[in-house]
Design a protein around this ligand. Structure first.
Ligand code: C2E
Ligand code: CA
Ligand code: CA
Length: 564
């Protein structure tokens, strides 16, 4: 194994990432008999002693971390302390301190393996096999599948007793499962778990293992030659009618680990599958992901974004770009605020490269508050100028509703900058209904009733857009750009688009077509009755300065062309 070299910052970021998966993550320098800990400002600091998980090892040369460092290889062990079982994986790492000195340490990742108090588990000599007392409960009473302990024991036994087989471990999670209990009650929640368990079990064949690890987390340990696309679960097809609600769609995601080393602890196999899963959690488009060795590098990169974010926000590296919205008469009526991260080397980073990461934490709210305020400031600065009548639409992430008081913040902004509510338009997507739908709906409708324009973004991209219209008093529909691209050679999409526009008329909603790239698309949409457009055909998102100097030309050129 090559020992990976990190800077202190990178190692700090890695530790934070690992703490999402493990109960304890620490760096020990067994030779120096000390531990490195994270200081309050994120720096690595040396502690005087190496607090061992247990002190039954008399000296450091017997310590596994010492061996991991000395031999430059990963070491694992399982330990029982006070009747609790811990699984510890030690990775040797090299890192350099700010003063240039190099340190070789062991990164210890420690997981507490759940077990009830009277369990007696003994670790057999090879360090892998858990011998479990006869009366130990290994079955989940609700679903009849194995539980966590059962899964580890049975999977180990299966792998050891079928030496000619290759294996795959998959961990499944039901997206936003908590909502099922909240929206439909615990009985329904239980029913869902039982049905999902039955479905997963039905996919397994003899000699394979299937379990509910905890809550809504399931796992299977299956033969590699049996692993195929049927293990990607489509809840709408395979469990039709189990939940019949426009507000909640059952979405089951899986993380896959191809077992390359059968000696690895089963818990570590589950960790890897789970780690892969964590990278797509919350994405309603992804159902399955495989663990690969680059995943750590990718996670490190994500962690870097998180580490950089706060500083970059303070250093004003985030900018509000504006993309004009143009009427069928060729007049720019307003613009959408779209964020850009301009790095110190002037590289312009698009939201696609960092928004997901921020949305997985509450950092997205810091960014959004900042961009919204930029939009409000801009609107205030336009008062009394030729841009007085322009509006700006801001994007509200579904996560914002979860982490902050959107209602209060928007109100405060409008008060602070003394804005006309119609000038600050609010773009939301149907995914706001993924969490606490009823509360979110009430909040959005309240904003609407008070005079804000609510725009439904990416309409047609999701699957429940129509039912959303029933519940939300929206003012504007933004037809998603993907939808438009299909119209070029499809009469059917065109009919649908026409129908959507007619329907919006009846509901007194305006339609904005997004992603208009060609003259042809524009003419088609005008023909279908759309009045407002946004897309590269008119202009790409641009800096505020550029927008302010160019906005009158953007519409004018179209107008002239039209007249010609
Ligand atoms: P969106 O709200 O659907 O924004 C429209 C996206 O389509 C923008 O990408 C825009 O640059 C792109 N676009 C516009 N016209 C065309 C076109 O003619 N063709 C094509 N192919 N694309 C076009 P961008 O700026 O990369 O933003 C991506 C997404 O990131 C946005 O999608 C929005 O969901 C999110 N986003 C952007 N800024 C913010 C922000 O400040 N806060 C939040 N929460 N989300 C943001
Ligand atoms: Ca938008
Ligand atoms: Ca959109």
């Amino acid at each position: 194994m090559n020992v990976i070299h990190y800077s202190a910052d990178e190692l700090t970021a890695l530790m934070k990432q690992m703490s999402l998966m493990y109960d304890i993550v620490r760096i020990v320098d067994p030779e120096g008999d000390n531990e490195w800990v994270l200081g309050s400002s994120g720096e690595l600091r040396k502690e005087d002693f190496c607090p061992k998980i247990s002190d039954n090892r008399k000296n450091c040369s017997e310590c596994d971390s010492f061996m991991a460092c000395k031999e430059g290889k990963r070491v694992e062990r399982t330990e029982i302390i006070d009747g609790k079982i811990f699984h510890i994986v030690m990775f040797p790492v090299d890192f350099s301190l700010a003063n240039g000195s190099e340190v070789r340490c062991a990164l210890e990742c420690i997981t507490r393996i759940e077990n009830s108090e009277d369990d007696v588990l003994e670790i057999v000599k090879d360090g892998h096999r858990l011998e479990i007392k006869e009366d130990k409960v290994m079955v989940d009473p609700l679903t009849g599948l194995y539980n966590w302990d059962g899964f580890f024991y049975e999977s180990r036994a299966a792998i050891d007793s079928q030496p000619d087989k290759e294996w795959v471990v998959i961990v499944y999670d039901i997206m936003s499962f908590k909502l099922v209990n909240d929206l439909f009650g615990e009985d329904k929640g239980d029913e869902v778990l039982v049905k999902v368990a039955g479905l997963i079990e039905s996919k397994c064949e003899e000699g394979e293992v299937c379990a509910r690890l905890r809550g809504d987390l399931f796992a299977v340990c299956i033969h590699k030659d049996h692993y195929d696309s049927t293990f990607t679960i489509s809840a709408s097809k395979e469990l039709p009618g189990l939940i019949n609600s426009p507000q909640f769609h059952l979405h089951i995601q899986g993380g896959v680990y191809n077992v390359t080393d059968k000696n690895v602890m089963v818990s570590a196999m589950v960790d890897r599958a789970h780690l892969a899963l964590s990278t797509i959690k919350g994405s309603s488009e992804r159902r399955m992901i495989e663990f690969d060795e680059n995943l750590m590098a990718r996670l490190l990169n994500e962690q870097q974004i998180i580490t950089d974010f706060k500083r970059a926000l303070l250093d004003r590296e985030f900018h509000m770009f504006l993309q004009p919205q143009v009427s069928n008469k060729g007049e720019v009526k307003g613009a959408e605020a779209l964020v850009r991260w301009i790095r110190p080397d002037n590289e312009i980073v698009s939201p696609g490269d960092f928004l997901d990461v921020l949305e997985r934490t509450d950092l997205i709210t810091d960014l959004d508050k900042y961009i919204w305020e930029e939009a409000a400031k801009t609107l205030a600065s336009w008062k009394g100028t030729d841009k007085e009548n322009l509006y700006i639409s801001i994007n509200i992430s579904p996560k914002d509703f979860f982490y902050m008081d959107v209602y209060q913040f928007i109100h405060d902004l409008v008060d602070k900058y003394d804005l006309d509510k119609k000038k600050l338009k609010l773009e939301i997507t149907e995914t706001i209904l993924m969490q606490d739908a009823i509360k979110q709906l009430a909040l959005v409708n309240r904003l609407h009733d008070e005079g804000f324009d609510i725009e439904i973004d990416d309409f047609g991209k999701g699957y429940s857009s129509l039912s959303l219209l029933k519940d939300i008093n929206a003012d504007v529909l933004k037809i998603d750009k993907e939808f438009l691209q299909e119209t070029q050679n499809s009469k059917r999409s065109e009919d649908i688009l026409g129908t959507v526009i007619d329907m919006s008329d009846r509901l007194a909603m305006r339609v904005i077509t997004e992603g208009v790239e060609t003259r042809e698309q524009l003419e088609k949409m005008i023909e279908l009755g759309c009045y407002m457009f946004q897309g590269y055909y008119f202009a790409k998102p641009m800096s505020l300065e550029e927008f302010e100097s160019k906005w009158t030309e953007i519409g004018a050129s179209f107008n002239e062309e039209k007249l010609a």
